[in-house]
Design a protein around this ligand. Structure first.
Ligand SMILES: [Mn+2]
Length: 239
């Protein structure tokens, strides 16, 4: 898909609420990281420009986009304004139960089995403040699961009492990737940036092309430990 996109001579517009989007691949940018969800930017675009009138068909995907991007209305930046927008979308006929069921309650068997393996791999280190999990290519192959099945798995590690930072290592066919999640003011995008990745304060990721997961894992965990102790020191100085 990347190649087709790059080779196309059509007008390209990037709409995003992430802080550091990849540059030089589109003609225009609509970036605002104040937004809780990218779909919320679309809502504003539609309602302010009136390019089309809002209707049920448009309200559904915008609602679904907001729901997923805000972790079902719980991530940072979920505010009263966002809920007013959601209220408006419901008035156009969106059924929240239907959207939720379609997105989250129709898991494939392989995905749930993969979640089982992922949870089984959970380790807690650094005085209970850091959790990490690993999914290998063997797991994917044995369960006939795919990379996108792992979405949101990392949050389970963060749900352990006391854990402030969680890492999910996912082995890929040509390297591996790491998802970073944190609670509070620990900016994991900075930790991810140490490895060429990026994202939000509490959610970030990095990809390691053609690198060996077993060789690099200790190094990444060490960086996470240093990073979290640095943050704890800064927090103690402030308070
Ligand atoms: Mn997002």
């Amino acid at each position: 898909m990347k190649q087709a996109f790059e080779e196309s001579h059509q007008l390209k517009i990037c709409i995003d609420h992430h802080q550091d989007p990849e540059e030089n691949f589109t003609n225009h940018f609509f970036i605002n990281s104040d937004y809780a969800a990218t779909a919320q930017i679309l809502y504003d675009f539609v309602t302010k420009t009136k390019i089309v009138s809002m209707n049920k068909e448009i309200a559904y995907p915008i609602y679904a986009g907001i729901m997923t991007d805000t972790g079902s209305f719980r991530f940072e930046r979920t505010d009263s304004n966002l809920h007013r927008i959601v209220a408006d979308l419901l008035e156009y006929g969106v059924d929240p139960t239907e959207v939720y069921d379609k997105l989250y309650d129709e898991s494939k068997f392989s995905k749930l089995k993969l979640l089982g393996r992922c949870l089984d791999s959970l380790q807690i280190i650094d005085n209970g403040e850091i959790g990490y999990m690993v999914i290998t290519q063997k797991d994917f192959q044995e369960l006939e699961a795919i990379e996108s099945d792992t979405e949101n798995f990392v949050n389970y590690g963060l749900s352990v009492e006391g854990v402030k930072l969680c890492l999910l290592f996912i082995e890929l066919k040509n390297g591996f990737k790491v998802s970073f999640r944190s609670k509070g003011k620990l900016p994991v995008n900075k930790l991810a940036a140490e490895f060429g990745g990026g994202g939000h304060i509490n959610a970030a990721g990095a990809r390691f092309k053609d690198r060996n997961i077993e060789k690099m894992m200790p190094q990444i965990l060490e960086a996470a430990k240093k990073y979290s102790s640095k943050y704890i020191m800064e927090r103690n100085v402030q308070s």
